[in-house]
Write a protein that binds this ligand. Sequence first.
Ligand code: ZN
Ligand code: ZN
Length: 242
Amino acid sequence: MRFSDLTAFCLQGLLDIFFPSACHRCGKRIDSKENCICGSCYQEISFIRPPLCVHCGIPMPTGESHLCGDCLNNPPPYSLARSLVVYEDLPRRLIHQLKYANDATVWKPLEKIARHFDFSPFIRCDLVVPVPLHHEKLKKRGINQSLLLAKLFFRKSMVITPLVLIKNKKTKPQAELGVSLRKRNVKDSYIIKNADIIRNKNICLVDDVYTTGSTVDECARVLLAAGAREVRVVTFARVLLK
Ligand SMILES: [Zn+2]
Ligand SMILES: [Zn+2]
């Protein structure tokens, strides 16, 4: 071990003794290498892995990845959607804290989860576009969680453009609505500004949670209508509807 590595190792050990970290979920004392989630809480996160629908990314119970019945009958406008984890327990809590409490302590657990995700379907994208909030909601909340997630996933690899896709209509929160009303709620609520930026570009659209896909469908439809070549979607979590 080099002297500088040894110094860093000793310093980290001292920091762990005097400023111990706690697991974000269960509060158990952990060392800083665990990035705010202890091993057993991390094991309980349901990561979304193949087999998946090759289009919308919904997990398939068994066998190989293929097209699901919904995508076969009614293909979504985006080319591909993927999510990191199932929207339950810890991921639900992390998103809630990110959205409503602007709590910086969620950053490390989110980073730890993102580190194990395969972002390769998105490496050919030209631009990252976060799903926007209406300006009144943004003013009230102070942050757009989709922009924060876009930065977490892609700040080192791609250009993030939050000023192209704009939400110009106030809508009811999607969480309050049933499946059939969600589509109608978001219809025509997004517009494009500076269409030249996205023309003929492959777009990576980022959102926090994929529930029925109504929001990302509508955003993808608007981006494609304005000249984007392709839209691929990544959301942090996905609701698995029973
Ligand atoms: Zn824990
Ligand atoms: Zn599908």
